[in-house]
Design a protein around this ligand. Sequence first.
Ligand SMILES: [Zn+2]
Length: 142
Amino acid sequence: MKVHPKDVVVHYECPKCGERKAVYLGVVWTEPTKCVKCEENMYVESFDVSERALSEKGEGVARLLMSYVNAFHLSDEKEFINGCVYEHRTLQQNLFRMIYKMIQEWAKMSIDGRFDLRNEGTVNACRKIVTILDREIALPFI
Ligand SMILES: [Zn+2]
């Protein structure tokens, strides 16, 4: 069973008039979402993840993270980073090990030509990172 984009819903609220809006993960935008009543930038209030998505564990969490990335503001980004870098140190290393595996996967996509202008910077940066670090990096579970 695959997690569907509609399994994750992002709820926005207008700080000025209180107008609310719900957007599915499948909707991608690059600008902050605007209030239909007063044109103010709306902010993420919460996320809903379906039981179905949560039953898919890894993919459900990936969908939630991608929803977050799709909807975040700079202040949210700092909170997210702080929420990770001040966690238990073993968990920090487990998280980075997973992130490094993702970097290795993006590096393979660069080598295989599986990218376009939207992710070219990511895959090429990952290829350089892996070229430099792959023989030197050690991430033991302690
Ligand atoms: Zn408004």
